[in-house]
Design a protein around this ligand. Structure first.
Ligand code: SDX
Length: 428
């Protein structure tokens, strides 16, 4: 017998079904609420509202659990390759040897972008933020592959678009970096794996071939896996709602990149390093910065702290914090920012304000320190987040399409003027 929720409005009781998820989460299905009662629900920021039923990722914010298709990120980050995890998220199962080989081969053969796209880069200002370039070029890919715009595309056409996206985002991203630093672009090499190819396109120079350090490639692989999906976050919800209008996958992913750019979301990794550099340069005690973060009249927030879902440690932050120590030690880098970050974490975690609000370090708090150690500039940090998140966005979009979900169109509560008549200009 399914469980029922009862809602009483103006003395009338309405019964609504309760949905139970595979981890016993409960959701009240309000599909019929308006037709039954005339009322809608209101939940600014969707803090308590489920937008869909999904089988892609499971998050337990209270217990700091994150699993992709049932596998823990601790296991995947320690044992899998990013391409394996991309396959898992998109197809629902870990690939066997031949499936993984096919998946990798299909990605490798699509890593080039059309030569006409090089002209886009020439049109951007030299210091154009790479996120602006990446978002635009991803949407523009749909104009180079017009078949992708067909809302009745076949499974094969969707699969080809998925390969093209996974293959071309590293190239588009690395070339956005080259535009930012004023260096000539480096073409993809098919004899390198996903991480190595990206690093080579980022750091090779005509006069100096980039030597791929396995420590760097391994750290990048781990970081990409840890960013690969995170259920219905701001950018994934954006990808789903844009895709629900049957806009093509390139445009839906481009919309996700744009949502991720915000400093409250993926843009936080850039904001964290800028915050740590400011604190380092300023030299005032950390307590002063904590006081600023708590001051409602001060716009300063402790970037990389807090999370909509995690009310305990973000499990990704734990793994990245350890990886940051490992990478700095293996590369022999002394970065004062990591010490500041650790001290700041301790001061905040012992402060009543942060404890009362369950504010812990999130995925962005330590990731920038590793990106910096890998030689990636701050302006590219959120692009790195997008590179990791791409398979998750694709998996979320694909699930929404396969489940034939309706176009996303929330309701509202109108609080504006009641009806009034037009007043002529002379009488105003
Ligand atoms: C990501 O959703 C996801 O899954 C996102 C993500 C993913 O993988 O996709 O995990 C990636 O976006 C991580 C978050 C990166 N953002 C930041 O690090 C920016 C700093 N954090 C905050 O802006 C904030 O914590 C959010 C945006 C992350 C969450 O905001 P919520 O859930 O809307 O919570 P809130 O803003 O209502 O905060 C609750 C209280 C408020 O104080 P009170 O009104 O109760 O007095 O906590 C305070 C906030 O002022 N607060 C902070 C704070 N974060 C929340 N105070 C100081 N510093 C902070 N960082």
């Amino acid at each position: 017998m399914s469980e029922i929720a009862e809602v009483k409005i103006n003395g009338q009781t309405y019964e609504l079904p309760i949905i139970t998820g595979s981890e016993d989460e409960k959701g009240i299905d309000i599909t019929k609420l308006r037709s039954l009662s005339g009322a809608v629900t209101l939940d600014s920021g969707y803090k308590n509202t489920g937008s869909t039923k999904s089988a892609v990722t499971y998050l337990d914010g209270e217990n700091g659990i994150l699993r992709y298709r049932g596998y823990s990120i601790e296991e995947l980050a320690g044992k899998a390759s990013f391409i394996e995890v991309a396959y898992l998220l998109i197809n629902g199962e870990l690939p066997n040897k031949s499936q993984l080989a096919d998946f990798e081969a299909n990605i490798t053969k699509h890593t080039l972008i059309h030569e006409d796209m090089k002209r886009f880069y020439e049109a951007y200002p030299s210091k154009a933020h790479p996120m602006g370039i990446v978002a635009s070029l991803l949407c523009s890919l749909s104009t180079f592959y017009p078949d992708s715009q067909n809302p009745n595309r076949t499974e094969e056409e969707i699969e080809l678009t998925i390969y093209r996206l996974l293959a071309k985002l590293p190239t588009i991203s690395a070339w956005a970096y080259k535009n930012f630093v004023g260096h000539p672009v480096v073409y993809p090499k098919n004899n390198l794996n996903y991480e190595e190819n990206f690093l080579n396109m980022m750091f090779s120079l005509p006069a100096e071939k980039y030597k791929i350090d396995p420590v760097v490639a391994d750290a990048l692989n781990k970081l990409l896996i840890l960013h690969a999906d995170h259920e219905q976050n701001c950018s994934a919800s954006t990808v789903r709602i844009v895709g629900s209008s049957h806009a093509n996958l390139y445009s839906s992913i481009s919309a996700g990149v744009i949502a991720l750019w915000g400093p409250l979301h993926g843009g936080a990794n850039q904001a964290v390093i800028e915050m740590l550099e400011k604190i380092h340069a300023d030299g005032t005690p950390l307590e002063n910065w904590i006081a600023k973060a708590k001051d409602k009249d001060d716009p300063f927030r402790l970037m990389g702290f807090g999370h909509r879902v995690y009310k305990n440690f973000d499990p990704r932050a734990k793994i990245i914090k350890k990886a940051a120590d490992d990478v700095l030690e293996k590369l022999g880098i002394e970065d004062p920012l990591i010490e500041i970050a650790k001290e700041l974490e301790q001061v905040a975690l012992n402060d009543e304000y942060f404890k009362a609000r369950n504010l812990y370090p999130n995925v962005d708090f330590y990731s920038g320190i590793i990106y910096k150690a890998l030689g990636i500039p701050t302006e590219m940090f959120t692009v790195m987040f997008a590179l990791g998140r791409l398979p998750g966005w694709i998996a979320q979009w694909k699930e929404m399409i396969e489940n034939k979900e309706p176009i996303g169109r929330p309701r509202q509560i109108y609080v504006g003027e009641n009806e009034r008549s037009y007043v002529s200009l002379e009488d105003r």
